[in-house]
Design a protein around this ligand. Structure first.
Ligand SMILES: [Zn+2]
Ligand SMILES: [Zn+2]
Length: 406
């Protein structure tokens, strides 16, 4: 017990001791917003950060042009024991025009801080029951095509046993309730004609798009709780006196669980196909991006995080708002046990707004960011010091996964 408390103290004092370097890391990333897949500056900035402590073995790039991995250890247990690799995930991509409006610069800081804090706690702990390694993994492109999914496919998570990350938001919660999400791209092909002189010779792809839009608006009345979709007409013709021969729509479908996305897909596709039949157009339906899965919860990790966070003064509201957001962490959570808490940075603004971007770059966000990093690393300490808790985390993971799939 004393060992756990001592290690948690080390987490806190290490993070406090490095608060200026950590702030400067997130501040620099905030001041140089880069879109998904183009996070060159952030990569270079992380490299400089890891140069502060040569004990980290850094691979940059790692499996993707703008991903990196920093590892330390193993320590504890006995030589030859299986190694438990604990990873903290960083994100650092920004949004077009409004910069770090999702606060990924702070996710970068949380990951770096928690990893450093846990390393400090593990240093000089030969009595630890388990053999442990710490990894800080830089995962790019969350806002666009799902960097974590690419990294999963590339084997970047193969030797990782537990994952932790946290996302800034409008309030504090032990876990983001990420939805499963998929993007659809729908193209209608019709036939151009002189819209005034020979309208009967044309086949309007815009009519198909409008018909589909209205079919879907009616379908919206019959959705299960937690399921939704939103869509736009991206292309609807080129000139009013030409029958539009081509139209294009983008839709995004979301549901609490992946199996419900599959049900929703079938209904939505029927709406698009019906519009094609009604108008005489050809329809092409594709899913151009990776599907983000919902987050598989882990009750044990959530409970441990809650206690550690409360010790540090984080208060959780009774009922947390159920925002229909999605993250590529969901895909990771289907493969490895982990948690993805959200944390308030003292703004009433919600993510993806200019006001939130401002808050994510403010001095005031620092205390909240470092506090959540401490709580994550302290949660890792609890698990690493107790083979019993580790078993419980793994059992929760197995049970929660079965629930998602059935
Ligand atoms: Zn976002
Ligand atoms: Zn985000």
């Amino acid at each position: 017990m004393e060992q756990v408390q001592q290690m948690k103290k080390s987490v806190q004092s290490c993070i406090d001791a490095h608060k200026d370097e950590l702030h400067s890391l997130s501040q620099d990333i905030w001041a140089h917003p880069e879109l998904a897949g183009k996070e060159k500056y952030a990569m270079e900035r992380f490299l400089r950060f890891f140069h502060l402590d040569p004990a980290w073995r850094v691979q940059s790039p790692y499996k993707m042009p703008t991903a990196f991995r920093a590892s330390w250890g193993p320590v504890g247990g006995n030589e030859g024991d299986p190694v438990l690799n604990v990873a903290f995930l960083c994100e650092y991509d920004a949004l077009p025009d409004i910069g770090h409006a999702c606060g990924h610069n702070l996710i970068a800081e949380v990951g770096a801080a928690a990893g450093w804090g846990l390393k400090a706690a593990l240093e000089g702990q030969p009595e630890l029951p388990l053999r442990v390694k710490v990894t800080i993994l830089g995962t790019p492109s969350e806002e666009e095509f799902g960097g974590k999914i690419e990294l999963l496919n590339a084997g970047a998570f193969e030797d990782i046993d537990l994952v932790f990350m946290a996302h800034p938001g409008a309030e504090d919660g032990v876990s983001m309730r990420g939805r499963a999400r998929t993007y659809m791209l729908v193209k209608y092909h019709g036939k151009a004609s002189h819209a005034a002189a020979l309208p009967w010779m044309g086949v309007s792809a815009l009519d198909a798009a409008v018909q589909a839009y209205s079919n879907l608006t009616m379908l919206r009345n019959q959705l299960k709780p937690g399921c939704n979709f939103e869509g736009i007409i991206k292309h609807g013709g080129v000139k009013s006196n030409i029958t539009p021969s081509y139209s294009e729509l983008q839709y995004c479908l979301r549901a609490p669980m992946m199996k419900e996305v599959a049900e929703l897909k079938a209904k939505v596709e029927a709406c698009f196909k019906a519009a094609a039949i009604a108008t005489g157009c050809q329809v092409e339906i594709t899913y151009p991006e990776h599907t983000y899965l919902n987050i598989v919860p882990n009750a044990t990790l959530e409970k441990l995080y809650e206690v550690n966070a409360q010790v540090l003064g984080i208060e959780f509201p009774e009922n947390i708002a159920d925002y229909a957001v999605a993250t590529d962490f969901g895909n990771v959570s289907y493969v490895i046990p982990g948690i993805h808490p959200i944390f308030s940075i003292l703004t009433t603004a919600y993510n993806h707004t200019e006001a939130f971007a401002k808050a994510a770059g403010s001095e005031e966000a620092q205390m909240y960011t470092l506090r959540v990093a401490k709580a994550l690393a302290m949660t890792a300490v609890d698990v690493l010091c107790s083979p019993h808790l580790l078993r419980q985390v793994k059992d929760d993971f197995a049970q929660a996964k079965v629930k998602q799939e059935n």
